[in-house]
Design a protein around this ligand. Structure first.
Ligand SMILES: [Zn+2]
Length: 422
């Protein structure tokens, strides 16, 4: 976290406001603008936690706020502590505490040992703009609440941010869901993380549907393929040298709003035009449209898989060898399921069940965007079901408040995909 004080703006201010609200201090609306109410809430928090009440969120204050960034607190067991007492103390659920601490005998808590206590709110928020700092807190928070989740990275972005991976289940049929290949479609990141969060919770709490869903399956999730781009679009990079470089690239494309129209990585390469499936054709089409060099969108890159983000997703997919993939995008409320005129066996039944579960239409991608995408490559290389899903409507970036309406449709769709895999 950056050091934040009066006058600061951006997604990290929203995150600070969210943490203060979660901790019970009223910072006012989560508007990303550090004003008098945020300062007052912060000073109250600092006073209560033995910090100098200077109204500046620096390293010590951020460390004290960490439980409300990640969604859990570490508690050192004292004589007389029981799970039920601690559940009361932290307004947590006893079941959630047991899930987060599988090695501990709940009836004999060893004094001095550390317990992870999950707070009663979801780890994945739908009420603030996202940035890679929040993404890291959420990945850590999910792993702490659900230790059976696999958490790792598949590589790094241009700016060195981790490309996170979460894995759930141990079955032989592997399924891969990914989100935010496109920067200004970052709303797909909290949506996909919320999905794996609630599926992990349902599995931990013994819900039969979730258990059946995961019995023979392993779900891998790449929640954000373009973290740098997300940070650019939501304002987290404002004032930085990286922002200046992006601004210089965007200056060549004055018709594309900056940064709202930015889809690419920080080198101006469209990460979903990088895959080896008709890449030369995609290049011809996009060059003819004027995207001949680094751009906010639609530049295919100097070579296939030249961008570290697309290369990492490609390598990970080859290593995982999934039976099915779903890629989340935002525009059109539609599911794409073919590459050119070709569809793998079983894809038609699957796409129809995904459409039924979500209410999204089924369609073929228009010619000009029918090449070099992740789904195109997956279908072409593996001849297994791979889908691109456009989750919403409106101008990108969709407001994060749209996530509430999109989520139930997405959940149905992803459940149908998971159930139909293999
Ligand atoms: Zn997209």
């Amino acid at each position: 976290m950056k050091t934040l004080s009066s006058g600061a703006r951006g997604p990290q201010v929203q995150l600070l406001q969210l943490a203060l609200r979660r901790a019970g201090y009223g910072p006012g609306p989560l508007d990303g603008s550090f004003g008098v109410r945020t300062a007052a809430a912060l000073r109250a928090f600092q006073t209560r936690h033995g910090l100098a009440p200077d109204g500046i969120a620096g390293p010590l204050t951020h460390a004290a706020l960490r439980p409300w960034y990640t969604g859990h607190v570490n508690h050192t067991i004292r004589p007389g502590d029981t799970i039920y007492r601690l559940a009361n103390l932290y307004a947590a659920s006893a079941r959630a505490i047991e899930t987060a601490n599988p090695a501990l005998d709940p009836l004999r808590l060893p004094v001095g040992a550390e317990l992870t206590i999950p707070f009663p709110f979801p780890v994945t928020p739908f009420c603030v703009d996202w940035c890679s700092t929040l993404l890291a807190f959420c990945c850590e928070g999910l792993k702490a609440r659900y230790p059976f989740l696999g958490l790792g990275g598949i590589g790094s972005s241009v700016l060195g941010r981790p490309l996170w991976r979460l894995t759930l289940g141990e079955g032989g049929t592997r399924v891969l869901f990914n989100a935010a290949h496109h920067a200004n479609e970052w709303i797909t990141t909290p949506l996909l993380l919320r999905y794996i969060e609630l599926l992990a919770r349902a599995a931990a709490f013994g819900e039969p549907e979730a258990a059946a869903r995961l019995r023979d399956r392993t779900l891998s999730v790449l929640p954000c393929v373009d973290p740098d781009g997300m940070d650019l679009v939501t304002g987290d990079l404002d004032g930085s040298e990286a922002w200046e470089r992006a601004r210089a690239i965007a200056a060549g494309y004055p018709a594309i709003p900056f940064p709202d129209g930015w889809k690419a990585n920080l080198e101006g390469v469209d990460l979903n035009l990088q895959y080896p499936a008709g890449w030369e054709t995609a290049r011809e089409i996009k060059f003819a449209q004027g995207f001949v060099g680094p751009a906010p969108r639609d530049f295919v890159g100097p070579e296939v898989l030249s961008a570290p983000e697309s290369r990492a997703v490609y390598d990970y997919t080859r290593q995982l060898d999934p039976a099915l993939t779903v890629s989340l995008h935002t525009q059109g409320e539609v599911i794409f399921w073919r590459y050119q005129d070709h569809a793998p066996e079983g894809a038609r039944e699957l796409v129809l069940s995904m459409a039924r579960a979500s209410g999204y239409a089924v369609d073929d991608a228009p010619y000009a965007s029918g090449y070099a995408g992740y789904k195109d490559w997956f279908l072409d290389a593996y001849d297994r079901p791979g889908f691109t899903v456009e989750l919403g409507r409106g101008e990108n970036p969709l407001p994060v408040s749209d996530a509430r309406d999109i989520y139930p449709r997405l959940r149905g769709l992803l459940n149908a995909a998971l159930d139909g895999a293999g």
